[in-house]
Design a protein around this ligand. Structure first.
Ligand code: ADP
Ligand code: DP6
Ligand code: CO
Length: 385
């Protein structure tokens, strides 16, 4: 028998308690959206603690569209920590998972359900094992920041299960040790990951710049041209860039510090012209760093489909031309470590025009495809690969 003991403590969090005779399983389920960087994180100064070489800024997407759902469960019946990702069991032996689990366990506190006579004392958390099941409702490891939503959700769900009292910024420093970009998904709206100065990483954490209501006109369109797993993971790609690209050094020291200040201002004043200029320039410089890496990394066409290349070139040149012809920018583009475009339109009208053009030049294969691409009125997912 299963019974829900408390629901919706906060949006996206749910508690369940399963009882089978004497045995019990306590569960928390959380939902966390992905985030897309408009000032990119690319390069670490510490590989283990995941400390970046520059600050970064991102926008967190609407949880209704691209998100991770993770259930964490604890029971005296569990023999070992186990995890399933998208239905397949995976190993938890990697340092990143172990670091997150250790840091959260350290902060675990007492949990008590008097009615059912269940009590987990602080010290019990060291011995109790966990089962974790996580699903991404979008392609994993395809350059749409699954590691960001994934680790943020894992840390948040574990913190709730273990009654951890740390706030979101403190939790972000733990999620960071799972995947750098994950620290920014603990907040909605626009978020900054402050690189920090300390060697122990204690000041390398995320803060919210503005919440999701601050700039409601913006429309974000994600064009999924390929859901194939990328050939070079972000982790190894940025390691190779740090080792071989002199452009990366210049970018981290000279370009990003100034750009971060300008981007914060553009967000604060909802100045779309500056926002678009900075976001496009930063995406282009990040991919220039990838090309400056030895051997070069081609994220924007690493699936090597001709169609994908045509698509990317079309998006960049169409947006650039359109922005110039209007006199004031209508759309910003940004590409992460993959060929999928993230397009940010200044308002509903620009978004509608853009979607119309995308559908005209890259028509869906059938009407049923079209229905499934149009999710609500804000997101269009297109698989041209
Ligand atoms: P992406 O561009 O999707 O972030 P990365 O190479 O940065 O690609 O990270 C992909 C890795 O992140 C996966 O191989 C897996 O280890 C981890 N990951 C993805 N989704 C989850 C999840 N929901 N929970 C835990 N880890 C996840
Ligand atoms: C291009 O956070 O995936 O998306 O810290 O090694 O897990 P690890 O890398 P990850 O890198 C993201 C890189 C990026 C830019 C960004 O999100 O800022
Ligand atoms: Co990632």
């Amino acid at each position: 028998t299963s019974s829900i003991i408390a629901n919706s403590e906060r949006k996206g969090i749910r508690s369940d308690l399963l009882q089978m005779g004497e045995k019990w399983v306590l569960m928390k389920t959380a939902q966390t959206p992905t985030n897309i960087a408009v000032i990119k994180y690319w390069g670490k100064r510490d590989e283990t603690l995941i400390l970046p070489v520059n600050d970064s800024i991102s926008v967190t997407l609407d949880p209704a569209h691209l998100c991770t759902t993770t259930t964490v469960a604890v029971s005296p019946a569990f023999q070992q920590d186990r995890m399933w990702l998208n239905g397949k069991e995976m190993s938890l032996s990697g340092g990143r998972y172990q670091n997150c689990l250790r840091e959260i366990r350290k902060r675990a506190r007492e949990v008590e359900d008097k009615e059912r006579g269940i009590k987990i004392e602080k010290k019990d958390w060291e011995k109790l094992h966990l089962h974790i099941a996580s699903y991404n409702n979008f392609p994993t490891a395809a350059g749409l920041a699954s590691s960001a939503a994934g680790f943020a959700c894992l840390v948040f769900a574990l913190a709730k299960l273990m009654n951890v009292s740390e706030d979101e910024s403190q939790l972000s420093a733990i999620a960071r040790q799972g995947s750098g970009s994950a620290c920014r998904s603990l907040f909605g709206g626009f978020v900054k990951w402050i690189m920090g100065k300390e060697d122990d990483g204690s000041d390398s954490l995320a803060v919210q710049l503005v919440d999701e209501k601050h700039w409601e006109d913006l429309f974000i369109i994600i064009a999924v041209v390929s859901s194939r797993q990328k050939e070079t993971s972000s982790t190894s790609g940025m390691r190779e860039s740090v080792e071989t690209s002199s452009l990366l050094q210049h970018r981290a020291k000279e370009v990003v510090p100034k750009r971060t200040i300008q981007m914060e201002e553009a967000i604060q004043y909802r100045d779309f012209a500056s926002f678009a200029k900075l976001a496009c320039a930063d995406s282009n410089q990040f991919h220039a760093v990838c090309l400056d890496t030895l051997p070069p990394i081609f994220y924007m066409n690493d699936t090597s489909h001709r169609q994908v290349l045509v698509y990317i070139c079309w998006i960049i040149s169409y947006v650039e031309k359109w922005n110039r012809s209007e006199g004031t920018p209508q759309v910003a583009y940004t590409f992460d470590a993959g060929p999928n475009a993230v397009l940010i339109a200044r308002d509903r009208k620009a978004a509608a025009q853009l979607i119309q053009r995308l559908l005209f030049y890259f028509p869906p294969k059938s009407d049923t495809d079209l229905d499934s691409y149009l999710l609500g009125d804000k997101t269009i997912l297109k698989d041209a690969g």
